[in-house]
Design a protein around this ligand. Sequence first.
Ligand code: ADP
Ligand code: ADP
Length: 229
Amino acid sequence: LRLVSVRKMYGSAGNSVTALDGVSLALPPGTFTAVMGPSGSGKSTLLQCAAGLDQPTGGQVFVDGAEMTGGSETALTKFRRDRIGFIFQQFNLLPTLTVLQNVTLPLRLAGRRIDRKHCITTLQRVGLGDRLHHRPAELSGGQQQRVAIARALVTNPKVVFADEPTGALDTRSARDVLTLLAEAVHLYGQTVVMVTHDPIAASYADSVLFLADGQIVGHLPRPTPETVA
Ligand code: ADP
Ligand code: ADP
């Protein structure tokens, strides 16, 4: 994942907020990066722009060497479906679909063949092989977030973004989710970028990016909880 001078303004001239003020970074494949910073520092905006959920006002985003920015909205959507996974704080599963249907959906949206066996294997990988036909409301928060991880990984994306993935979970479920994200990186070579407020969550990452006022103010290697608290 590479960002070059990414800027994001909200609002109109005379009444605008600079949420990202020239962010450049390069995260190699197979790395786990946490993003921390005070409320309003631009963490969510950074994730949205890097994940193609929103268009930056300026600058460029590259995923696996291909530029994501500068094209049409349709091109951006296709790019995102092909190469990116996203995990939200509130899981964002579709409540009327079963666990298995939620996980096959990204393959449908990307126009790929629905490999049912691969979807089941992905759910087994997050420990939910016995919950395929349940609805999200029948699962705990931790289980729902593990479904969301399977949904994010099923397309084998180049980069997975997670916005406060443990923010709604108890300590034990949070640890399970963080372990799965670390495994995605270290066993499967995926690239994970995670926004978190929690120093313990950040300690699962290989490095921590610090944001303040829309700029990167630090990038430190694997912290201990003490160094980021
Ligand atoms: P956002 O930045 O997404 O607006 P908030 O700042 O409202 O989020 O914080 C979300 C939650 O994280 C709150 O419960 C808040 O108390 C907690 N929180 C905020 N900053 C920290 C921090 N530095 N360490 C641990 N928890 C924090
Ligand atoms: P964080 O995730 O670190 O809390 P955000 O990326 O949510 O920070 O916000 C960065 C800045 O952009 C803040 O000043 C926030 O108020 C502003 N902002 C975020 N989203 C919007 C929006 N949709 N419209 C206007 N301002 C926004």
